[in-house]
Design a protein. Structure first.
Length: 244
C-alpha cells in the first residue's frame, strides 16, 4: 500500500465509516492499509481498565499509560520507528490544514492514538517521542469527546491526496484551499438548467470565452473569501473592497 494506517481507540465501531466510499475503495484496491485496534486489547485486568482519576484532582478521567505504552510498542517496533508518524488528535494540538494533510499523505505509516476522557497521561507521548515522530493535531477550535471523529476527518483529507485515489486529479487543484488558487475559497458553481425558479446562470459561464470565465471566477472567489474568511490569503485580497 501507499499508506498504512493503524487506529487505536476504545470505540473501534466509530471508525466503521472509513470502509465506505472513497477511502473504502482505496482500502479494497490495496492503495491504503487500515487496521483499527481496541485499546483494551492491551489491558490485563478483569475490568480491562483504561482510565483513572487525575493526579492533582479535577474533573473527569485520564487514560492510564500502561495500555498505551503496550499498544505503541506493538504497532511501532524498533525497525518501524524511522518510517512511522504517531498522530494524536487533541484540541491542544497544532491546527490541521490542507498543508498538514499533504505532509501526512507523504508518510508511509500513520498510527492514530485516540484519547477519550480528559486525555492520555502525558508521559505516554513524551516517552514515544524519544524514538518516533509524534504529532499532536487539532481539527479546529471546538471540543470533541474523543479523537475518533477527528481521525475520520484527517484520513479523508489525507487519503484523497494519494495518487490513484481520485479518478480525475484536476478536481484536486480546482478546489478551495488549493495552493494554485492562493488559498482562496471556491466561488459559486452552476449546472443545467440555465434558468431555474427564476434564477439564471451568469451569462459569462455560457459565453465560451475561457479567459473571461477564469477572470469572473477569480473575482467571485476573491469576493466570497473576503466576505466569509477575511483571514485567508491577505496578499491575494489586497485591493479588494473592504480590505486594507
Ligand atoms: Cl483532534 N480531538 C478532540 N478530542 N477534540 C478536538 C479535536 C481533536 N480538534 C478539535 N477538538
Amino acid at each position: 500500500p501507499l499508506l498504512r494506517a493503524d487506529v487505536v481507540t476504545i470505540f473501534p465501531d466509530y471508525l466503521a465509516p472509513l470502509r465506505l466510499s472513497l477511502i473504502g475503495r482505496a482500502i479494497e484496491t490495496g492503495l491504503v492499509g487500515l487496521d483499527v485496534h481496541d485499546l483494551r486489547t492491551w489491558t490485563h485486568d478483569r475490568h480491562r481498565t483504561v482510565d483513572d482519576t487525575p493526579y492533582g484532582g479535577g474533573a473527569g478521567m485520564v487514560m492510564r499509560p500502561e495500555p498505551w505504552g503496550a499498544a505503541l510498542d506493538a504497532l511501532v517496533p524498533p525497525e518501524a520507528e524511522a518510517t512511522t508518524r504517531v498522530v494524536v488528535p487533541t484540541p491542544s494540538g497544532r491546527r490541521f490544514t490542507q498543508a498538514v494533510a499533504a505532509e501526512l499523505a507523504a508518510e508511509e505509516h500513520l498510527v492514530f492514538a485516540c484519547g477519550r476522557y480528559e486525555g492520555i497521561d502525558t508521559r505516554v507521548m513524551a516517552e514515544a517521542a524519544t524514538r518516533v515522530r509524534v504529532d499532536e493535531i487539532s481539527i479546529g477550535d471546538y471540543v470533541l469527546n474523543g479523537g475518533e471523529a477527528a481521525v475520520l476527518v484527517i484520513l479523508e483529507a489525507v487519503v484523497r491526496l494519494l495518487p490513484g485515489v481520485i479518478g480525475n486529479p484536476a478536481s484536486l487543484t480546482e478546489e478551495s484551499h488549493a495552493a494554485e488558487h492562493d488559498g482562496l475559497l471556491e466561488g459559486p458553481v452552476y449546472t443545467k438548467p440555465t434558468s431555474w425558479r427564476g434564477l439564471d446562470v451568469p451569462p459569462v459561464l455560457l459565453s465560451g470565452n475561457h479567459g473571461a470565465i477564469a477572470a469572473w471566477r477569480r473575482e467571485q472567489a476573491l469576493e466570497h473569501t473576503r466576505r466569509v474568511r477575511p483571514d485567508l490569503a491577505p496578499a491575494a485580497l489586497d485591493g479588494v473592497d473592504g480590505v486594507a
